[in-house]
Design a protein. Structure first.
Length: 202
C-alpha cells in the first residue's frame, strides 16, 4: 500500500476508521491507473481511489500529457492543455460512497516552464455535473509556485459532499506574454479524517 508514512498515525478510534477507509480501493484502478488511496496528513486523498473518473477540457495527448497523469502519484508526469484557460473534472460516481466532502486540495507544479503554472482558478462542486448546478468552493488569484515540482495545499472553508469536482484555471502565469499553455503535475482532493465514514471498511 502507498501511504505517506511520515504523516500516517494510527492512534484514536477515528484514525483507525480512517485507516480502513484508506485501504478501500487498494486493488488496481482502471480509470486512473493509481489504484491506491493515500493518507495525507490529517486526510485521505480521494483522487487515487478505485472508480474515480477524470476528464478535462483538453490535453496534449500526442505527448502523453493527459489528465490521468494528475493522479498517478508521479511528479515526473503532467497534464498539459494549450489554452491558458482550461478545466479538470473529477467524478466520484464510480467509487464506494459516490460522493465526498473534500476539505482541502493540493496542486503540484510541473517540471518546466513556470509560465504554464495556473495563477487564477476556481474549485467547484456539483451533484449532477450539469450546467448551472455548480457550487463555488474556493477561488484563488495571483497564486505562484516557489519552484518546479512544488506542492501547495489550499483549504475549503465550507465543504459539502459532491459527486463532481471541477478545477477551472482562468489564467496562467505567462498569460500576459507569449505563452498559451497551462499544466500541472498532480491534483489531490483531500477529505478530512473525521469526515471519513467507517461504512467504507473493506
Amino acid at each position: 500500500m502507498l501511504f505517506r508514512s511520515a504523516t500516517m498515525r494510527i492512534i484514536t478510534t477515528a484514525t483507525l476508521c480512517a485507516f480502513a477507509v484508506a485501504c478501500d480501493g487498494a486493488s488496481e484502478v482502471g480509470t486512473t491507473g493509481a489504484g491506491l488511496v493515500e493518507q495525507t496528513g490529517g486526510g485521505v486523498d480521494r483522487t487515487s481511489m478505485a472508480g474515480v473518473v477524470l476528464s478535462a477540457q483538453g490535453a496534449n495527448a500526442q505527448s502523453g500529457e493527459v489528465v490521468t497523469n494528475l493522479v498517478d502519484d508521479d511528479l515526473g508526469t503532467k497534464w498539459l492543455d494549450f489554452p491558458p484557460t482550461s478545466w479538470v473534472q473529477v467524478d466520484f460516481g464510480g467509487t464506494a460512497a459516490g460522493a465526498y466532502a473534500v476539505t482541502s486540495y493540493s496542486l503540484s507544479s510541473a517540471n518546466d516552464h513556470p509560465q504554464r503554472d495556473p495563477m487564477d482558478w476556481t474549485l467547484a462542486g456539483s451533484a449532477t455535473g450539469q450546467s448551472g448546478s455548480w457550487t463555488t468552493l474556493d477561488t484563488r488569484s495571483n497564486e505562484t509556485f516557489s519552484s518546479r515540482l512544488a506542492t501547495r495545499t489550499f483549504s475549503i472553508s465550507a465543504p459539502a459532499s459532491f459527486r463532481y469536482y471541477r478545477l477551472t484555471a482562468t489564467s496562467a502565469a505567462g498569460v500576459q506574454g507569449s505563452w498559451s499553455e497551462i499544466q500541472l503535475a498532480e491534483l489531490e482532493l483531500i477529505e478530512e479524517i473525521g469526515r471519513a465514514s467507517c461504512r467504507e471498511r473493506v
